[in-house]
Design a protein around this ligand. Sequence first.
Ligand code: NAP
Length: 276
Amino acid sequence: MSMSVEETQAPREGFPRPFPNTPSNVIEQFRMNGKAIIVNGAADGIGLAVAEAMAEAKGNVALWYNSNNAAVVRAEELAKLHGVKTKAYQVNITKPEEVQHGISKVVEDFGRIDVFVANAGMADSKPLLDQTLEDYRKLMSVNVDGVVHCAKFAGEVFRNQNHGNLIITSSMSAHVVNVPVDQPVYNATKAFVTHFGKSLAREWREFARVNIVSPGFFNTKMGAGPTIINEAYRMTPLGRQGHTKEIKGLYLYLASDASSYMTGSDILIDGGYCLP
Ligand SMILES: NC(=O)c1ccc[n+]([C@@H]2O[C@H](COP(=O)([O-])OP(=O)(O)OC[C@H]3O[C@@H](n4cnc5c(N)ncnc54)[C@H](OP(=O)(O)O)[C@@H]3O)[C@@H](O)[C@H]2O)c1
């Protein structure tokens, strides 16, 4: 039962917490100098754009990939271009031991982890009745188990450091049943990670922030395919897919001190798709 006004008058020990010791200049708040950021799914698409954003803001970036070793070259390019430290790591997020090992390698190489961007995911855009149980399990193992593995082992580092920041790439498909393709399992995996992230924001309230990004259609390998594209344009008020450069600012905001009062938020970036 909620408390009466009288019952709420006793001050709580330790509250209010102090304001963070962060710059008041907003441009300074966005700087990532000296911070270590892991981005997975970083060889291409949204993950690569996020890795670029972090390096452009002078963060040191660990680019995780699974099968696309273009991440190795991308890491070298970013280091050269922006004068930051980068390294590529091959980590299959469905394998907890690989994630645990990958995290300890990054701590060994970079000395810390300030931000983990759990961005890797896969699509298997099929109706349930056309999907095998094997397909279902594969999707769950990447989109759900993979995010849980990353959060668990990154969270242990955050707790030991007494600071950290987890950003999860979910989807507008966690908000709406998007059309025209039925893909209930994909949609549900994204609903899982959105609520998982919000719940972790509370669990980790003493030492880390957790936020969620929910993209609409972005022009990547996982963006709207040929059977979807016309409906994607019609249903999106801005009339197009997003370019990956248009999502960089949001991840940088969430990764940086500019968002220090934000945790447990889920931000849609979808050209207005979820409006109607
Ligand atoms: N594009 C969109 O329209 C859209 C919309 C909403 C949400 N999203 C979400 O955005 C995220 C990034 O997708 P994207 O659009 O940038 O497409 P993408 O370029 O295909 O990125 C997906 C990434 O996930 C990685 N990945 C897949 N399985 C993995 C595994 N077992 N272990 C580690 N990494 C694995 C892939 O790595 P490798 O290539 O190295 O194998 C790939 O880099 C995904 O979570 C996706 O669900 C995308």
